[in-house]
Design a protein around this ligand. Structure first.
Ligand SMILES: C[S@@+](CC[C@H](N)C(=O)[O-])C[C@H]1O[C@@H](n2cnc3c(N)ncnc32)[C@H](O)[C@@H]1O
Length: 230
């Protein structure tokens, strides 16, 4: 089963369960990404949100960059249908496509954003292909920025955060066994995400990456700039 297919069983309650798992902090984490992006480029003409899902990041992007043309791309049609239902804005367009082969010309976007889908990309069999594709569709000097949940780098905090994630996901799976595959992937991809391995591939393809840890310490914002033309 491809990773986007996992969301077929969880799309209906995806937003609610995110809020429960993150103690409602997920909204603030996405806002933080947008604030970071604003510092780097206050008025991008074109933005593409990849792995856009139900459009939670696009909503914030659209509020902050009302003059930008924004595209949201995802391979899961059910997630996109929710995004389409909730977000009806002239400057926002949703497209169903896999990230390995995006339907855009080279150098199309000033910014590419990703929220809570970096792990999806990292654990897909096409990880590096997708990173190359992101690089291809970015303009020179364009920014690739993402927010993601990973392990804490503090062992004590990591113990409690893992305990919390294990308990909540156990309960979610108990209440709705059909979501088991998706939430077990979520849990395992958080616990097994190799930040150093991720950085290595980003450096290989972009030549640079900045990682900022934000509250409560197991959330990262990763930023890379496209330094060279295609
Ligand atoms: C965890 S959700 C994140 C959704 C949203 N960005 C958010 O902040 O909640 C990950 C999304 O990435 C999409 N996705 C994962 N791998 C993908 C791929 N290879 N191509 C396109 N979409 C992908 C999934 O379908 C899913 O909707």
């Amino acid at each position: 089963m491809d990773i986007p297919d996992l969301y077929n069983n969880i799309y209906k309650k995806y937003k609610l369960k995110n809020s429960i798992l993150s103690l409602n902090l997920d909204k603030w984490w996405r806002k933080k990404l947008v604030l970071e992006l604003k510092k780097l480029n206050p008025s991008p003409k074109t933005i593409c949100d990849i792995g856009t899902g139900t459009g939670d990041l696009i909503e914030i992007l659209a509020k902050n960059f009302s003059n930008s043309k924004i595209k949201g791309i995802d391979a899961n049609i059910k997630m996109l249908e929710i995004a389409l239902e909730n977000i009806k804005l002239k400057n926002v367009e949703f497209i169903k496509s896999d990230l390995t082969n995006m339907p855009f010309n080279d150098c199309s976007f000033d910014c590419i954003t990703i929220s809570f889908a970096t792990r999806n990309v990292y654990f897909s069999k096409n990880f590096e292909k997708i990173i190359k594709e992101i690089n291809r569709v970015l303009k020179k000097d364009g920014i690739f920025i993402g927010v993601e949940i990973i392990n804490h780098n503090n062992k004590f905090l990591n113990f409690f955060s893992k305990l919390y994630i294990n308990i909540v996901i156990f309960l979610i799976n108990l209440i709705d066994p059909s979501s088991k595959l998706a939430y077990n992937f979520l849990k395992n991809s958080i616990f097994n995400f190799d930040l150093e391995g991720f950085k290595k591939i980003m450096i290989k393809n972009f030549g640079n990456i900045t990682i900022k840890r934000i509250f409560p310490g197991n959330i990262i914002i990763h930023i890379s700039k496209k330094l060279f033309d295609n």
